[in-house]
Design a protein around this ligand. Sequence first.
Ligand SMILES: [Zn+2]
Ligand SMILES: [Zn+2]
Length: 261
Amino acid sequence: MILYPICSSSKGNCSYVSNGEVAILIDVGVGFKALVKSLKLAGLDEKKIRAIFITHEHYDHVKGLYAVTKNLNVPVYSSKETLKELILKNCIYYGTKMFEINKKTANIFGINVSAFNVLHDSVKGVRFKIECEGKKLAVCTDLGEASLEIINNLKDSNFVFLESNYDVKMLKEGKYPAMLKRRIASKYGHLSNLDAAFLINNLINFGVKEFLIGHLSEKNNLPQIALKTIILHLMKNNKKFMKDYNLYVAPVKNNGTKYEI
Ligand SMILES: [Zn+2]
Ligand SMILES: [Zn+2]
């Protein structure tokens, strides 16, 4: 299985997951032309996409959904609450097939996708676990808190794509209004670098070894700060980088870096 994070930040999120034969998209926070261009740089093909999975209705996850459903004519999967919201916001091209995924596993030509719920301030959103040829990938950003439910859903993964949204100090000292700062740091907002570090430490204890962090805030985080915070926390917990675990940062816009799982 291949994971290609096309874009990842507070401005746009979209991932392409493929077993070589077919592919799915997780979220579509990218326009159709930019999607095709990015895939080409990685030697991948939009014509292999057979389904789109949407985590929640926030703009950075759906801004290209209308154009992509219009161009590709593939079904959209999400919770029924999210699907309703997407229709109301005119985010899905009319005639597009839609399927509810809650509590069911969707099988897309050998790529099995299941969903679980998280706390985040959207209508009832979902996050996804993808299983293909015995390998398990979790794509899990926009998390209010690293709850036990999240740990239970991620702990048997071979590869976890996780949010590491903000640096605590940068958010505190930054220019965001106090209300927005409170929202981001609340259990309905996003995970800080330190929250991500605690979660990764927990998951390593369960045997997870490969981590990709993403959805970094462009105002309140930097890749080097996120990496440093997480690696230092794991060092304190006797976990060695590149021995006990691997850690990568998803680019804001990807020019070809893919991950084999
Ligand atoms: Zn987001
Ligand atoms: Zn969100």
